[in-house]
Design a protein around this ligand. Structure first.
Ligand code: NAI
Ligand code: MG
Length: 352
């Protein structure tokens, strides 16, 4: 029996609706798959918690979470009552930083039954591996003078360690997928960091002779996400490029409510964190129509990460079949409630 201790943080808004729904699906998968069990421990850390205690999580919150195999999070944010920078930095970003979650991965897949904004998309199935700790998002630089003499300088940080681990993660992922890695670069315009990125990519790829590789400038790559996303498998990208590509990936799928994500710790010292791309959606909270698919797909990524690939495959298959048969929430053109979608997914899982 594989038993996993998972820390659960539903957070705010629809996080409190889609997280319990996903736990139900995970428990059902465990039940039908056999040999698999989850111990979920839920923590109420959120904006409500902040208003009561003056902090988003207790001072020893990180130490508490450290004991779990993974963190499963809904969404954080209640902008009417707590400023976003307070809620985000006090919980989400703190966990990502403290747990050295240096890689962010987000798949994008064509799902039948969801209208993509692309005119006639082929069956695409790609995943972006984004370097999540350095790159263009650095605090190095500054501004001097005011007015017409003002100067702003922004430094980017690319370490060999950080670059290599992100690229290598992409190759390992490709070995379990379609065996193709595309590197997002811009060495024609950014003349120091991007040629360095290319060098590291060329070194790492020597270790994976079975993987087909290509390099593509980020501007062209963004266009190809729109014109031919089906030609990609794994894309490795720096922090900024990955940030942009992953939003584009979510966009071509058709709804933010279905996009999953994972923040990965790769040195094994701390848990990884799994959270959907969407936020707390204050505009639809309490209406029972939040799309649970983003959170459920996120749970599938957690299963993959735990090595429970077969259980994850079942979950994705059932999830797709339910959407395809039109049992879906209003954001993707359906009329079903959160509960109805989840009940149907669980029912079908039990018939597998
Ligand atoms: P949002 O993702 O919460 O909502 C954007 C739009 O998409 C809304 O119209 C919402 O109804 C819809 N939507 C989102 N998820 C949905 C779902 N599962 N089903 C159906 N419709 C869905 O982004 P917004 O409104 O910019 O932010 C709201 C709050 O969430 C803010 O406090 C923000 O800081 C926070 N946020 C938190 C994130 C996180 O925890 N990772 C990520 C993004 C935003
Ligand atoms: Mg973004």
């Amino acid at each position: 029996m594989n038993i996993y201790d998972i820390a659960v943080i539903p957070g705010d808004g629809i996080g409190k609706e889609v997280v319990p729904a996903s736990l139900e699906v995970l428990n059902t998968v465990a039940e039908v798959h056999g040999g698999l069990k989850f111990n979920f421990t839920s923590y109420p850390w959120s904006c409500d918690y902040y208003l009561e205690h003056g902090k988003m999580m207790p001072d020893n919150g990180i130490q508490i979470l450290q004991n779990y195999t993974a963190v499963f999070l809904g969404a954080v944010g209640d902008p009417q009552r707590v400023p976003d920078h307070v809620s985000l930095w006090g919980l989400l970003i703190k966990i990502r930083r403290e747990f050295e979650q240096v890689i962010n991965i987000r798949p994008a897949k064509y799902i039948k039954g969801i209208q993509s904004p692309l005119h006639s998309p082929n069956d695409f199935d790609l995943i972006v591996v984004r370097e999540n700790s350095e790159g263009e998002y650095s605090e190095i630089g500054g501004r001097i003078h005011k007015g017409e003499d003002e100067v702003a300088i922004q430094g980017a940080v690319f370490t060999r360690k950080g670059t290599e681990r992100a690229i290598r993660y992409g190759f390992k992922l490709a070995e379990q997928r379609k065996g193709r890695v595309t590197s997002a670069t811009k060495s024609n315009g950014i003349v120091h960091s991007m040629p360095f990125w290319d060098d590291v990519f060329n070194e790492v790829r020597k270790d994976y002779p079975g993987i087909e590789t290509s390099s593509c400038h980020i501007d062209a790559l963004a266009a190809f996400f729109v014109t031919r996303p089906h030609t990609f498998d794994v894309i490795v990208a720096s922090n900024l490029f990955g940030d942009i590509l992953t939003d584009l990936g979510a966009a071509i799928m058709g709804s933010i409510g279905i996009a999953p994500a994972a923040n990965i710790n790769i040195n094994g010292k701390y848990p990884s964190m799994f959270e959907p791309v969407h936020g707390s959606a204050p505009d639809i909270v309490g209406k029972g129509i939040a799309n649970p698919i983003g959170q459920i797909w996120t749970a599938k990524m957690m299963l993959d990460h735990l090595g429970e690939v077969e259980a994850g495959r079942k979950m994705l298959e059932v999830m797709e079949s339910v959407i395809q048969d039109g049992i879906k929430t209003p954001d993707i053109g359906g009329t079903s409630s959160t509960t109805e979608v989840v009940q149907e997914i669980c029912r079908r899982l039990k018939t597998l």
